[in-house]
Design a protein around this ligand. Structure first.
Ligand SMILES: Cc1cc2nc3c(=O)[nH]c(=O)nc-3n(C[C@H](O)[C@H](O)[C@H](O)COP(=O)(O)O)c2cc1C
Length: 188
């Protein structure tokens, strides 16, 4: 059975993005592991952490707790990511998560031509976002996620679910969310 990993980077209690992601997870109709980034003690790579990480990598000591996110990621076959659209992209929490799972030697390696090759077994990705206004460029948020999965993890089945314009005065929020849910229905 496919192992599903839900990377939840929503922070608001009544997050619309999380609501859509949960609707999607219900459709997947299977158990899943959730990482709620807001409740994790996850750190960006500063000089101290990077040094420590490089030493562990040099010794191939991947059982260290520093690699717990990367090991969960490596174990997954289906990835669901939720992030609100913040500052034309996704949240910094999610970027920090990416820093913690993109580990050369553990989650990806390089072939003889120097091109990245996956060391994971991910088949499918779902990226869910919602925005207050309209998404200016898909390249900054979803585009980044797509490029990352294409390049490091050789995943090309990447689904994009978005609901836009939720904070515009006069918007029919329920209608926009229902439409996004219908788009999710159409994926199954
Ligand atoms: C810190 C922050 C930055 C935001 N940046 C943008 C933005 O650049 N463009 C936009 O359309 N909406 C922006 N928004 C609005 C959110 O994208 C919108 O409210 C979204 O639906 C929040 O998702 P949530 O309900 O899952 O928390 C921002 C909101 C916050 C709190």
């Amino acid at each position: 059975m496919d192992k599903i990993l839900y990377i939840n980077s929503c922070v608001r209690e009544k997050s619309r993005t999380n609501e859509l992601a949960r609707y999607l997870l219900k459709k997947l109709n299977s158990d899943y592991k959730e990482i709620k980034l807001d409740e994790e003690d996850i750190k960006p790579m500063d000089s101290r952490l990077l040094k420590e990480r490089d030493e562990l990598r040099a010794n191939k000591n991947y059982s260290n707790s520093m690699f717990k996110y990367a090991n969960d990621f490596k174990d997954a076959n289906i990835i669901v990511i939720s992030s609100p659209y913040w500052d034309l992209s996704f949240s910094a929490l999610l970027k920090i998560y990416f820093e913690n799972i993109n580990i050369g030697g553990l989650t990806f390696g390089y072939n003889e031509a120097g091109k990245p090759k996956t060391l994971c077994n991910i088949k499918k990705v779902y990226y869910v976002t919602t925005s207050g206004g309209y998404i200016i460029s898909d390249d900054y948020g979803f585009g980044y996620v797509k490029a990352m999965f294409n390049t490091f993890f050789e995943v090309f089945d990447i689904n994009y679910i978005k609901a836009e314009g939720l904070d515009i005065i006069g918007s029919d929020v329920d209608k926009i969310i229902e439409k996004a849910k219908m788009e999710i229905d159409n994926l199954f």
